[in-house]
Design a protein around this ligand. Structure first.
Ligand SMILES: NC(=O)c1ccc[n+]([C@@H]2O[C@H](COP(=O)([O-])OP(=O)(O)OC[C@H]3O[C@@H](n4cnc5c(N)ncnc54)[C@H](OP(=O)(O)O)[C@@H]3O)[C@@H](O)[C@H]2O)c1
Length: 297
């Protein structure tokens, strides 16, 4: 689908995306590049990074890939510095790297829980921490009047509770908390806007195929108020909105892009029956005594 944004809306920006070589992260890399940004991507699998960079470059996007694990502070530092070495500055950091698998809480080892916390939550903080000196207003190579932008990719699982996702729910809760705290501290001190996106089920992604594998008859689209799963494009457009000048007064928000799924609940009365039911209830209520409580004295 064609972008509604001007193709130069991110012109001159340099973006580093963890998890930028696959799924939602790769779509963000592609769309940021198509809208004028230079793109660095980070992930653990060299082949995924190489393939992604080849595709980006074939689209004419200045792109580079770095192998690295967000759980290792030395990798985070190396990749942030290599990005600045390559493109001269850093304007945008996207934390999309995450781990996920379905598991009942009683079968999840504390170590498995910790692994997801380490990637999603601690990894996000580590990347932000290493990028701070480059993202802040007046950071190396940057326009001295402009601060940078951080986008944390979250989820909606933790807004209520989700089956077999205790580790991810906890980790994404922490990510949302980081988004708000950094928006407050770094918005105030360094002119860095920090926001998040909480995707719903997004088609053609590893995330969705792990949470709703074909072995279980998912019917996920039927539970979304808009009756469809999202596209990676939907997340990328929301990201461009937040990262560009269009979002210049948005700070500390996690934008839900889920077709309304997290609000969804079964309809308890058919729409056709609501009017009649309501009349009946009102009539009964009017017929009941007004209800000044009788004195117990
Ligand atoms: N798909 C959905 O429906 C959905 C819904 C809600 C939220 N999300 C969120 O959207 C983001 C992208 O998900 P996706 O479904 O597109 O999955 P994905 O393709 O598996 O993306 C995850 C990426 O993170 C990288 N990564 C994982 N662990 C890493 C680590 N320790 N260090 C560096 N990179 C690491 C992976 O590459 P390597 O394995 O090579 O490191 C991969 O490129 C995630 O934050 C996810 O929680 C997705």
């Amino acid at each position: 689908m064609e972008s509604p944004f001007k193709p130069d809306i991110l012109r001159g920006k340099v973006a580093l995306l963890t998890g930028g070589g696959s799924g939602i992260g790769f779509e963000l890399s592609t769309q940021f590049g198509k809208h004028g940004a230079s793109v660095a991507i980070m992930g653990r699998r060299r082949n995924v990074i190489n393939d992604a960079v080849s595709v980006l470059q074939s689209l004419g996007i200045p792109a580079v890939g770095f192998e690295g694990d967000v759980r290792k502070p030395e990798d985070a530092r190396r990749v942030v510095e290599a990005t600045v070495d390559k493109f001269g500055k850093l304007d945008i950091l996207v934390n999309a790297a995450a781990g996920n698998f379905l598991v009942a809480a009683e079968d999840l080892s504390p170590n498995g829980f910790k692994t997801v916390m380490d990637i999603d939550s601690v990894g996000t903080f580590t990347m932000c921490h290493e990028a701070l000196k480059y993202l802040k207003r007046g950071g190396p190579g940057k326009d001295p009047s402009t601060g940078g932008f951080i986008l944390n990719i979250s989820a909606t699982l933790h807004y209520t509770a989700s089956w077999y996702q205790i580790h991810v729910s906890a980790a994404k809760s922490a990510v949302d908390s980081l988004t708000r705290s950094l928006a407050l501290e770094w918005g105030t001190d360094y002119d860095i806007r920090v926001n998040g996106i909480a995707p719903g089920p997004i088609g053609d992604t590893t995330g969705l195929s792990k949470l709703r594998p074909k072995e279980i008859n998912s019917g996920v689209a039927q539970s979304v108020p808009l009756y469809k799963v999202g596209e990676k494009w939907d997340i990328a457009m929301a990201a461009i909105y937040l990262a560009s000048v269009a979002g210049k007064y948005i700070n500390g928000t996690t934008l839900i892009v889920d077709g309304g799924l997290w609000l969804s609940q079964p309809r308890h009365v058919p729409k056709e029956a609501v009017q009649q039911l309501s009349r009946t209830v009102e009539k009964r209520s009017r017929a009941e005594p007004a209800g000044i409580p009788a004195s117990k004295l």
